[in-house]
Design a binder for this molecule. Structure first.
Ligand code: FES
Ligand code: FES
Length: 179
């Protein structure tokens, strides 16, 4: 079985390992990088529990080879919260809106939702449902997940508006002190 050394930047940290060509990305993430927040539900590209972001794009990591991620960046659920533990608005939304029960689908759901909100910061309910259509949940009935993503979209947009306002205030203050 042929193998090779690959380096994948996962949540900002380079992970270099010798892998067999057949190694799936999900096994690289879970076993080589020891990041078990990414789940395996079906191993057949159906459930979405294994979803990660590869170069910012949501992919089912049971359907990609680890070698395809060589030299690229991967983001997993472990990379969502800030270093100080502050939850990402999507994580907060799932908490606040009770968007999970057993939680098995949740990491993959959140990664798909992150991709969705980065492409479309103001999705309609229909667009949210379409955006997570590759992720199956056996518990929630999806309504609470949709509400969680709507919560996150609102929070991200209000944070962006606050940042724009702060930058404008700082620029105006700078002009006042500049003769
Ligand atoms: S484990 Fe990858 S889609 Fe189900
Ligand atoms: S919360 Fe149980 S599968 Fe979604």
């Amino acid at each position: 079985m042929s193998s090779r050394s690959i380096t994948v930047t996962i949540n900002g940290e380079a992970v270099t390992r010798e892998v067999e060509d057949r190694t799936l990305l999900v096994h690289f993430v879970r076993e080589d990088a020891a990041l078990t927040g990414t789940h395996i539900g079906c191993d057949t590209t159906s459930c979405g529990a294994c979803t990660v972001l590869l170069e910012g794009v949501a992919v089912k990591s049971c359907t990609a080879f680890a070698v395809q991620a060589h030299g690229k960046s991967v983001e997993t659920i472990e990379g969502m919260a800030d270093a100080d533990g502050t939850l990402h608005p999507l994580q907060e939304g799932f908490w606040e809106k009770h968007g999970l029960q057993c939680g098995y689908c949740t990491p993959g759901m959140i990664m798909s939702a992150k991709h969705l909100l980065e492409k479309n910061p103001n999705p309609t309910e229909e667009e949210i449902r379409w955006g997570i259509s590759g992720n199956l949940c056996r518990c929630t009935g999806y309504n609470k997940i949709v509400e969680a993503i709507q919560y996150a979209a609102e929070k991200i947009n209000s944070q962006s508006a606050e940042n724009v306002g702060r930058n404008e205030d700082e620029a105006a203050a700078q002009q006042e002190v500049t003769p």
